[in-house]
Design a protein around this ligand. Structure first.
Ligand code: KIV
Ligand code: ZN
Length: 391
């Protein structure tokens, strides 16, 4: 995939089926991966990282099946920087309409010293050899200097420059351990933009982990410095605290188009259904207050908010629920709710009460709400019925 002709069009690289699957409890079998890959295609992602073919025979078969069946998005497979991994990825992707090999090698001093036991010069040589080998299978090569956010800037720039010379077409800058903060991460991207010869010929990509809860913020900061690919996962699943959540970054860009001026190819109305599909496939629930797709994301309980919402939605909503595929805003009745919301619910349930009947039901409702965590429609119906029969 070459640098997009529209400089404001962002490439969405989805890694739900690779980094996301590395989330404890989220592993998927062949059928589940295929189902998710079709859903990601429908959602409009540009690249699907289908797996890590050398990791297991099952992952190889899944990547191969997705490469054969899912047309449209680029299908990527991950490989460490060694011949066996790269050949396995090349083989798994052979039948793809458009394929990418994603080669990674750690560059930070901590990883060089303790994990790889390699010198900086050996890292550069290994990276160049890996990229050249991957190039035998496809022209679309992504290179990731793992733990880039903790790598010395000059060395990072050197590895990136050599990767571009060797034929990488995307340079992905991972914050592998979620250590970066927005201004720091933005500075790394700025440095690479100005110190890597040939960088204008490749796509700069961001890959942020959420250990400090900053994955989306760090990604946005990097996009402002000119990165044009963002790596993310549905529901933010991924190693440890997860990856940048696709639904969050996409809706941040859409809602604040005025600020970022960037577009994506995502059909945002499929965000909620896709999130639900993943939950169903993995069994991993999203927290109620999760941005965009959590159960409370478009629910209002406070009386003042409900009153504002009933008058004009934009008072308390910055996005329309239908834009992310949620049917409607929920005005949750609870002890913080007001008369206005109760009246609206009573009418929705098909009742007409006069002011004094409504007041009686309201008083009874407040008493109930103090005792009960969840107030259901059936509770309101029971209160209304008992008021009507008492009258
Ligand atoms: O977080 C990371 O560094 C990765 C790489 C393999 C890109 O997932
Ligand atoms: Zn990662």
């Amino acid at each position: 995939m070459s640098v997009p002709s529209d400089p404001n069009r962002l490439i969405i690289f989805d890694t739900t089926l690779r980094d996301g699957e590395q989330s404890p409890g989220c592993s998927m079998n062949l059928q589940e991966k295929l189902e998710m890959a079709h859903a990601l295609k429908a959602l409009g992602v540009d690249v699907i990282e289908a797996g890590f073919p050398i990791a297991s025979p099952g992952d190889f078969i899944s990547v191969q099946a997705i490469a054969r069946e899912v047309h449209g998005p680029v299908i990527a497979g991950l490989a460490r920087c060694n011949p066996a991994d790269i050949d396995r990825a090349g083989e798994a992707l052979r039948d793809a309409e458009r394929s990418r090999i994603h080669v990674f090698l750690a560059t930070s001093a901590i990883h060089r010293e303790f994990k790889l036991k390699m010198t900086p010069a050996e890292i550069v040589t290994r990276a160049v050899e890996g990229i050249k080998r991957a190039k035998q299978y496809t022209d679309d090569i992504e290179f990731s200097p793992e733990d880039a956010a903790r790598t010395e800037l000059d060395f990072l720039a050197e590895v990136c420059e050599r990767a571009v010379e060797a034929g990488a077409t995307t340079l992905n800058i991972p914050d592998t351990v979620g250590y970066a903060v927005p201004e720091h991460y933005a500075r790394i991207i700025r440095h690479l933009k100005t110190h890597v010869r040939g960088v204008e010929k490749v796509v700069l990509s961001v890959h942020c982990h959420n250990d400090l809860g900053l994955a989306v913020a760090n990604s946005l900061a990097a996009l402002q410095e000119g990165a044009r690919q963002v790596e993310c996962t549905i529901n933010g699943i991924g190693e440890r605290a997860g990856n940048c959540a696709l639904e969050e970054i996409v809706m941040a860009l859409r809602t604040r188009q005025d600020y970022f001026g960037l577009t994506t190819g995502i059909n945002t109305r499929l965000l909620f259904p896709t999130s639900r599909k993943l939950t169903h496939v993995t069994g991993m629930q999203v927290q109620r207050n999760k941005a965009i797709v959590g159960q409370n994301a478009f629910a209002h309980e406070a009386g003042i908010h409900q009153d504002g919402m009933l008058k004009e939605r934009s008072t308390y909503e910055i996005m329309k629920p239908e834009d992310v595929g949620i049917t409607k805003t929920e005005l949750v009745l609870g002890k913080h709710s007001g008369r206005h919301a109760l009246r609206s619910k009573v009418i929705e349930l098909g009742y007409h009460l006069d002011d004094s009947q409504l007041q009686q039901v309201f008083d009874a409702f407040k008493g109930l709400a103090d005792r009960k965590k969840h107030i259901y429609d059936a509770d309101i119906e029971a209160l209304v019925e008992s008021q009507l029969h008492a009258g």
